[in-house]
Design a protein around this ligand. Structure first.
Ligand SMILES: Nc1nc2c([nH]c(=O)n2[C@H]2C[C@H](O)[C@@H](COP(=O)(O)OP(=O)(O)OP(=O)(O)O)O2)c(=O)[nH]1
Length: 132
């Protein structure tokens, strides 16, 4: 059986050398795991618009979407998530966890101490290697 393909975009928001991580809540799948905020791309939606929309919905703030960090795929039992992560900066507002259990500014050196959603591991490694 072919797995359902789920196209997801996520924001690596950087401010003052720190990266914003978000912990999934008990109401969400993969609950308790850390991720980069974002969500599913709607049909005919371009990644940058999908990501700005998701961040508005989840964190009540506005981001500027920059370059792609990377795209990776991971097979969960509910489908294959194709996760594209983008470097982002804040334009307006302060991130507030409307849907997540918690959001936290993290030093890149500390990222790998947390338990990330499996699809995020290659992005986390790339970020650790690219940030001072
Ligand atoms: N937003 C986001 N989702 C991620 C990441 N890594 C990862 O495996 N995912 C998965 C979790 C979800 O299955 C899917 C994103 O969908 P979503 O953010 O709309 O999830 P959701 O909680 O609203 O929906 P659901 O999966 O609980 O039905 O991708 C990540 O870094 N950011």
């Amino acid at each position: 059986m072919t797995l359902r393909q789920i196209e997801v975009v996520a924001a690596v928001i950087v401010r003052d050398g720190l990266v914003l991580g978000a912990r999934r809540s008990a109401r969400q799948s993969l609950s308790g795991l850390w991720e980069f905020p974002g969500g599913k791309v709607e049909p005919d939606e371009v990644h940058s618009n999908a990501l700005a929309r998701e961040i508005r919905e989840e964190l009540a703030c506005e981001v500027k979407v920059g370059e792609l960090v990377l795209t990776d795929a991971h097979e969960y039992e509910f489908g294959e998530v194709q996760l594209s992560t983008y470097w982002c900066t804040l334009k307006h507002g302060e991130p507030y966890a409307l849907e997540h259990a918690e959001v936290r500014w993290l030093h890149p050196r500390r990222l790998q101490q947390l338990e990330w959603a499996p699809a995020d591991l290659s992005a986390v490694e790339a970020i650790v290697n690219k940030m001072p």
